[in-house]
Ligand binder design. Structure first.
Ligand SMILES: [Zn+2]
Length: 179
């Protein structure tokens, strides 16, 4: 059975680490990828980067929900992207993003509408992918994690201030709930 791994949240400084390339495509990696999937599903995420579960490796997974009523997420439809590089980017798109490492905060972020990437799969096979819209956004969001960046780092000064204010308020509420 896969394990659910603890997720690191802002302002933990480990989220600022730059992840390193994966070199061993072994059983240990496969187990870790399965644990990442389980963790993402249990926390209602559509994407997860390895650093969010305290492993600074260039690994991300994405699973967009199916277009049905339940929005089912299938393991078989999960993209496992290892050692990615963006080779081409085009257009712009704005989307309201959230992040498992920045709980309960959502804000509009501008990204490329289309990206092309090269990456490796769980067996180390070289792959390419052209992604549009939500898939493209999700991949860019996760690649930012691998570079030590969060989506709140991309906000304008005013919106960042709004985040800081909301974050402080949430911390106070958490403290009050404990007392
Ligand atoms: Zn995130």
């Amino acid at each position: 059975m896969p394990n659910i791994l603890p997720i690191i949240t802002y302002p933990d400084r480990r989220l600022k680490l730059r992840s390193k390339n994966v070199t061993e495509f072994d059983k240990k990696l496969h187990t870790f990828l399965d644990d990442m999937f389980e963790t993402m599903i249990q926390t209602n995420g559509i994407g997860l980067a390895a650093i969010q579960v305290n492993k600074p490796l260039n690994i991300l997974i994405i699973c967009l929900p199916n277009d049905d009523e339940e929005g089912t997420q299938e393991h078989a439809n999960t993209l496992e992207i290892i050692n990615p590089t963006i080779t081409h980017s085009e257009g712009t798109i704005v989307y309201q993003e959230g992040c498992l490492s920045v709980p309960k905060f959502y804000e509009d972020v501008e990204r490329f509408e289309t990206i092309n990437i090269t990456y490796q799969d769980r067996d180390g096979k070289a792959c390419t992918l052209e992604a549009h819209e939500l898939l493209s956004i999700a991949i860019q969001h996760e690649i930012d994690h691998l570079l030590g960046k969060l989506f709140i780092d991309k906000l304008s000064y005013g919106r960042r201030k709004k985040f800081e204010k909301e974050y402080k308020r949430m911390q106070k509420e958490k403290k009050a709930a404990k007392e």
